[in-house]
Design a protein around this ligand. Structure first.
Ligand SMILES: Cc1cc2nc3c(=O)[nH]c(=O)nc-3n(C[C@H](O)[C@H](O)[C@H](O)COP(=O)(O)OP(=O)(O)OC[C@H]3O[C@@H](n4cnc5c(N)ncnc54)[C@H](O)[C@@H]3O)c2cc1C
Length: 435
């Protein structure tokens, strides 16, 4: 008898957890991802602010699954699903829309960023979703300091050294805090003509508080901490315009060469592929066993899926994806070997955390609410635990200790600097040839 064919789309938190749960299943598993790596998105901001290198938060999926003999990893982009023929279509550098058939399908394609209908913002305000995004932000930030150092006109220093983050959710807050620490520690003594600590860091959100998923008390603690670090927090203000020279917020123009978008989440196109019912955010509505209604062989997990529990939609966080992927894997395993299936999926919320600068975090778990150094240690411990391999846990731990003690960072390299507008010298630059 031929082994059961299982296709997993996405090697993020959900897809990888599913593949691991299927390790002992007598099946032929194909995991397809458009990148060759599993990415630990919660630490992207540390790559953008030069603390960690990309390879410390991303690991080749093939390496993680090298011992799973029943699993084949394919680098390719899924472009559609045919529910009736039971196949997905995959394109890669070589071929287009190749059908790969399945008996069970797990879709774990995550989410992307949304510009709330203003896609024109993307050109000037890159988001933070991939390794390339984080490296692009790091380039932009470090290049701004380099250009300012070479610039003789002090008026231009102001716009070059103004950094704007749009979105005061966990990513925006963590990024703002890390930038404030970067300019006051690592970069402080590295420049001669400019004072990096004079950089202006602006955090903007149309909501009325930072870290809205947290309690009001913790939101306020995070805001106060940001302000203590010198971050300007603008709440309840809409971004009207973003262009090459800055943004317009609630009618006020702020000149800046570096705007980073950390707001808004848009789902993957899985709902369209499946021609399925989606929620208001575009996520595929699934049943309480994470399958698509009418299709018991199709599972949708993580950020791509929409499921309510206790009257509330499950949040788009790593734990939901990990637990969902694991559940889908276990359910398929029990069906394949003929065991009774597990009960409905039940998400266990372990809590949520966010870092605000050096040695400070906010933590909310059940009835526990904490902020400060203890919460930061817990944050560090939990994040280390969830990195993909033991070697990453070790290198990231050592880098954190080193950065904490010395202020030095893992990678302050500007790569692909020829691609940056900021590299072009302007009138009055110190790099002007001598007359
Ligand atoms: C900057 C940032 C910070 C975050 N911080 C936190 C945090 O602190 N705590 C927390 O719990 N959560 C955090 N999250 C959210 C968390 O990362 C997501 O909830 C989680 O990654 C969802 O897992 P997933 O498996 O659904 O999707 P992902 O982990 O995004 O994985 C999706 C995978 O699918 C692949 N893929 C997508 N489309 C296709 C396609 N068409 N073909 C082939 N492959 C495809 C992608 O390449 C990717 O590997 C953060 C997210 C971001 C962006």
């Amino acid at each position: 008898m031929n082994p059961t064919r299982i296709v997993i789309v996405g090697g993020g938190f959900g897809g990888l957890a599913a593949a691991k749960a299927l390790a002992k299943t007598p099946a032929e598993i194909t995991l397809i991802d458009r990148t060759n790596h599993h990415l630990f998105q919660p630490l992207l901001y540390q790559v953008a602010t030069a603390v960690l290198t990309p390879s410390q938060i991303a690991t080749p999926i093939r390496t993680i699954l090298r011992k799973r003999k029943n699993t084949t990893v394919i680098l390719g982009e899924v472009t559609g699903v045919d529910k009736e023929r039971k196949c997905v279509f995959v394109s890669n550098a070589d071929r287009e829309n190749v059908p790969i058939s399945y008996e069970y399908l797990i879709l774990a394609t995550g989410a992307t960023h949304s510009y709330f209908g203003h896609n024109e913002f993307a050109q000037h305000a890159p988001g933070m979703k991939s390794v390339a995004d984080a490296v692009a932000s790091r380039n932009k930030i470090l290049q701004a300091f380099e250009t300012a150092e070479a610039e003789e006109n002090p008026i231009r220093h102001r716009e070059l050294l103004t950094f704007i983050l749009v979105g005061a959710g966990p990513t925006g807050v963590e990024m703002a805090g890390a930038l404030a620490v970067l300019v006051r520690t690592t970069l402080k003594s590295a420049f001669r003509r400019i004072d990096p600590a004079s950089a202006r860091i602006v955090l903007v959100d149309r909501g009325t508080r930072v870290l809205s998923p947290f309690s009001e008390k913790l939101s306020e603690a995070a805001k106060q901490r940001l302000e203590k670090l010198g971050v300007e927090v603008h709440l309840g203000k809409n971004v009207d315009q973003i262009d090459a020279d800055g943004i317009v917020v609630a009618g006020e123009r702020i000149e800046s060469k570096t705007v980073i978008w950390t707001a808004g989440v848009a789902p993957s196109p899985a709902g369209r592929w499946l021609n399925a019912e989606t929620d208001r955010a575009g996520r595929v509505r699934v049943q309480n066993d994470l399958t698509l209604p009418g299709y018991p062989e199709i599972f949708v997990v993580g950020d791509t899926a929409s499921l309510e529990q206790n009257g509330h939609p499950l949040p788009g966080v790593a734990q939901v994806a990990i637990q969902g992927g694991r559940y889908a894997g276990k359910l398929i395993h029990s069906r394949v070997i003929g065991n009774p299936p597990p009960g409905p999926f039940s998400y266990f919320d372990k809590g949520t955390m966010a870092v605000v600068g050096k040695g400070f975090a906010v933590l909310q778990s059940w009835k526990v609410q904490a902020s400060g150094f203890g919460a930061w240690l817990t944050w560090a411990f939990v994040h280390l635990q969830f990195l993909a391999t033991p070697s990453l846990r070790l290198t990231v731990f050592l880098q954190w200790v080193w950065t904490y003690v010395t202020g030095q960072r893992g990678s302050e390299l500007i790569v692909n600097h020829h691609g940056s507008d900021l590299a072009k010298p302007s009138e009055g630059t110190a790099l002007k040839p001598a007359a």
